[in-house]
Design a protein around this ligand. Structure first.
Ligand code: CA
Length: 219
């Protein structure tokens, strides 16, 4: 589970990140609106938390641009403005929830978890394609034990079979900020996963699309 938190108060941002990570939620931070928008438009997050008053671009503008670009990631807005009208206006613009500052981190964690439990984004435990069955709850592929990252990567492929999966997308989705430019992470994991596919007698294989990325196919 990966969350983007756009916040210009660095101390608060770090504290919230620390607390969310204790609950097993990975957090990428952006400290101005422009950087926040760029990251939000990557569509790799399970949830985006937007402060409203931000340098360069407001949280409200980020939300509008996300929805214009059909990025449907659930959004929680944060603001010191606690007026009812402002809350209603943000919910109308496509925010999923709203929290007034100051807030308790525990409350934010609870709101994020509630959002992620909604049926449309609920984590489906078993993913299937061809003769492959990935069980995300036990992190196993056709009964073979995987590491957390192997499981996340295979999930991306099984969710979009026969489609090009871009290297940068995979890096950002699985490693977040620490993955930027680390193409070798992907290459070494793909080679491990190919061995695993052989081991479980997969009919599908991961093919390389030169200079672009990879595709899972059983054709
Ligand atoms: Ca602010």
């Amino acid at each position: 589970m990966r969350v983007l938190y756009v916040e210009d108060e660095q101390f608060l941002a770090e504290a919230v990140k620390h607390n969310l990570e204790k609950d097993g939620i990975s957090v990428d931070l952006a400290n101005d609106g422009k950087e926040g928008l760029e990251k939000a438009l990557q569509s790799i997050y399970d949830c985006v938390i937007l402060d409203i008053m931000l340098p360069k671009l407001s949280g409200t503008d980020i939300l509008k641009r996300m929805r214009e670009k059909k990025v449907g990631t659930p959004v929680i807005m944060l603001s010191a403005l606690s007026e009812v009208e402002s809350k209603i206006s943000h919910l109308n613009h496509g925010a999923d929830d709203y929290l007034s500052k100051p807030f308790k981190t525990a409350e934010l964690v609870a709101r994020i978890k509630a959002l992620l439990r909604r049926p449309n984004i609920i984590n489906i435990t078993k993913l299937k394609y061809s003769n492959l069955v990935l069980d995300k709850s036990t992190m196993s592929l056709n009964g073979e034990q995987l590491t957390a990252k192997e499981s996340e990567i295979i999930a991306e492929f099984i969710q979009s079979p026969e489609k090009l999966i871009n290297k940068e997308y995979l890096l950002a989705k699985v490693w977040g900020e620490e993955g930027v430019g680390e193409d070798n992470y992907i290459e070494s994991y793909i080679s491990r996963i190919r061995k695993l596919l052989k081991k479980v007698k997969s009919k599908a294989k991961i093919i390389t699309i030169r200079n672009l990325g990879y595709k899972l196919t059983d054709k």
